[in-house]
Structure formats: structure tokens, C-alpha cells
Design a protein around this ligand. Structure first.
Ligand SMILES: [Zn+2]
Length: 121
């Protein structure tokens, strides 16, 4: 087990579970908003001229969706790591990630100093 107190871990876990639900809901909502998916469901209603608008909205939705899918997989990994007892370890240097950082950003996979190095580059 890493350095995190059980209380912190429990808190982070519930944060992650709540976040995961939010992300799932957002993903579902996005699918309802995507004009391409809607158009595919009602092909006959489509008109030429709306295509570029649809492509634009579709592109925007897809990029938001990719971010959400990415976040969702990070959340899943974090939850799995909590279960295995490997949560909170920096994936670059192997040191424990600061508890305050994890509470603020439960999906963090780098400690503060590695994360600073990474953004500076
Ligand atoms: Zn590190």
C-alpha cells in the first residue's frame, strides 16, 4: 500500500466514481446531439447544404467525445489501481504522488515535479 491514508483513498474513490458517472452521462448526451448520428437515423430528412454544418458540429462533438473517452479510461485505470493498491504512484519516477494533488486531480498519473518537467520540456 502506498502512503495515502485510507480516508483520503476513500474520498478519492468516491470522487472518481462520481466523475465516471458524469462522464458517462455526458457521452450519452453527446450522442443525442450529434447530427451525423441523427441524420443516419433519418436519412430521408437530410438535405444538401446542411452537410458542411453537420460535419462541423460532428467534428466538434467528436473532439469533446474523445476527451471524455480519454478521461473515462483514466478514471477506470485509477479505480483499478486503487483496487490493486498501486494507486498514487508517479508513472515516470515511481515516487508517491502528493495526496493534495490527487485530491485535486484524482486521475493524475505524474507527481508534481514530473508534471512540471513535462509541461516545460
Ligand atoms: Zn514523478
Amino acid at each position: 500500500m502506498l502512503n495515502l491514508p485510507q480516508k483520503t483513498l476513500t474520498k478519492i474513490k468516491s470522487l472518481l466514481l462520481r466523475r465516471q458517472k458524469e462522464v458517462d452521462d455526458q457521452l450519452k448526451a453527446l450522442e443525442n446531439d450529434d447530427p451525423i448520428i441523427m441524420a443516419a437515423e433519418m436519412v430521408e430528412a437530410s438535405e444538401s447544404g446542411t452537410d458542411s454544418w453537420m460535419a462541423e458540429v460532428h467534428g466538434r462533438i467528436t473532439s469533446v467525445k474523445n476527451d471524455l473517452v480519454d478521461l473515462s479510461s483514466k478514471i477506470r485505470i485509477s479505480l483499478l489501481q486503487i483496487k490493486k493498491g498501486t494507486y498514487g504512484k508517479c508513472e515516470r519516477c515511481g515516487n508517491p504522488i502528493e495526496a493534495e494533488r490527487l485530491e485535486a486531480m484524482p486521475t493524475a498519473s505524474l507527481c508534481i515535479s514530473c508534471s512540471n518537467k513535462k509541461t516545460k520540456k
